[in-house]
Design a protein around this ligand. Structure first.
Ligand code: ATP
Length: 351
């Protein structure tokens, strides 16, 4: 049995997260996977009700869950410098150190490339230090008005554990090749340590092959022929840029799911923001949130030895494939006329 939280978030989160839950419930009913659902307050609605965007109790209850669906937070519209209006720092609080983002193309959806199936695993807690990642002080400083200095952090532990996530994901795929992306010949210590730890980690995964590609050359290869990559592991800032490039190659934000994982917990979170410009109109594409939920089930299934969760994820995958291939119930960003709910219901029915 899995314990899963539902955090709607703001704006289109209120529309797309319920569709993800609908699809996950339908798929779990089919495979017999038991899920205990825990709706928890977060964001603007939580502020209206409890006076805080992360009300007391929400974090504590998340600690007891295997994972949760996290809707987007419309933080850019929050009042500034008011401590009751904050962006949830869940990655840091729960040490969700790996951000996993797949990039996949579909035959009938316009994209720069076809036949892409790449999974990016980005280290999410180290890299270029900033206020959000340091305990005291800042990773940046300006000794005088002409000079600014920033620091980059790579630790053996951080590099090794993110490489393990990449290797574990590779074991579930057919090609089983992990590409480590860095620039070790130039950044000998930081990138060097990252690469070294990746190669140490892969030794524990006998079926997995590892190759190194330098960041600049990788950007070129990804843009020209992304089909050559399977799983990609990289440091925080390189990953930040490459995952957006990947999402762009595959067809944009509506098609970019994601999750953040730690040692045992996972948070399903689409790449897109809360999209206030289209909120409340029922036109947001629920794909990214649904597929984020699917990824979380698959990962939790492997991690907690729940084969039914892996099976449930496969059922969702196949249902999404069918709805996209049929092209009858797609939202307008995918060239269709369906509402968020119609697309979600079509996927749930295809399950
Ligand atoms: P943030 O700063 O919170 O990351 P943002 O304002 O940079 O977010 P988004 O909120 O992701 O960006 O929206 C960017 C554009 O993509 C908007 O025009 C929005 O309408 C569109 N968009 C985002 N998500 C979706 C979706 N699920 N379906 C359709 N369009 C979307």
């Amino acid at each position: 049995m899995l314990k899963i939280g539902i955090l709607l978030g703001d704006d289109i989160g209120l529309e797309v997260v319920p569709e993800a839950v609908k699809v996950m419930k339908a798929a779990a009913a089919k495979t017999g996977l038991e899920i205990e659902w825990h709706p928890l307050p977060i964001g603007r609605k939580a502020h209206e009700e409890f006076g805080h965007t992360i009300p007391p109790g929400t974090e504590e209850r998340l600690r007891g869950l295997h994972g949760w669906l996290m809707g987007p937070i419309g933080h850019s519209a929050y009042p500034q410098k008011d401590p009751t209006w904050v962006m949830p720092p869940f990655r840091k609080t729960f040490e969700l150190f790996a951000s996993v983002k797949p990039v996949r193309s579909y035959a009938n959806i316009p994209s720069v490339h076809k036949d892409m199936d790449v999974v990016f695993v980005r280290e999410a807690t180290e890299g270029l230090a900033r206020a959000g990642t340091v305990v005291a002080g800042s990773g940046e400083f300006r000794p005088n008005d002409e000079i600014s200095i920033g620091m980059r952090v790579v630790t053996r532990k951080g590099a090794n554990r993110v490489a393990r996530v990449a290797c574990e994901i590779a074991t579930t795929r057919s090609r089983k090749v992990v590409t480590t992306v860095h620039k070790a010949p130039t950044f000998k210590l930081v990138c060097g340590m990252f690469a070294e730890e990746c190669h140490k980690a892969v030794k524990d995964y006998p079926g997995v092959k590892m190759q190194d590609v330098l960041i600049d050359s990788f950007a070129l290869k990804l843009a020209m022929k992304p089909q050559q990559f399977d799983v990609v592991v990289t440091t925080n800032t390189f990953g930040d840029i490459l995952t957006d490039l990947g999402a762009g190659l595959a067809g944009g934000l509506g098609l970019a799911p994601g999750m953040c994982v730690g040692e045992t917990q996972a948070m399903a979170q689409a790449t897109h923001g809360s999209a206030p410009d289209i909120a409340g109109r029922g036109i947001a594409n629920p794909y990214a949130m649904i597929m984020s939920g699917k990824m979380m089930l698959e990962w939790l299934g492997h991690k907690h030895n729940e084969p039914k969760a892996v099976e449930t994820a496969a059922v969702i995958d196949a249902a999404v494939d069918r709805v996209i291939a049929a092209a009858r119930e797609l939202t307008s960003d995918l060239g269709g006329t369906a509402t968020t709910q119609q697309m979600g219901s079509a996927i749930a029915a295809a399950v």
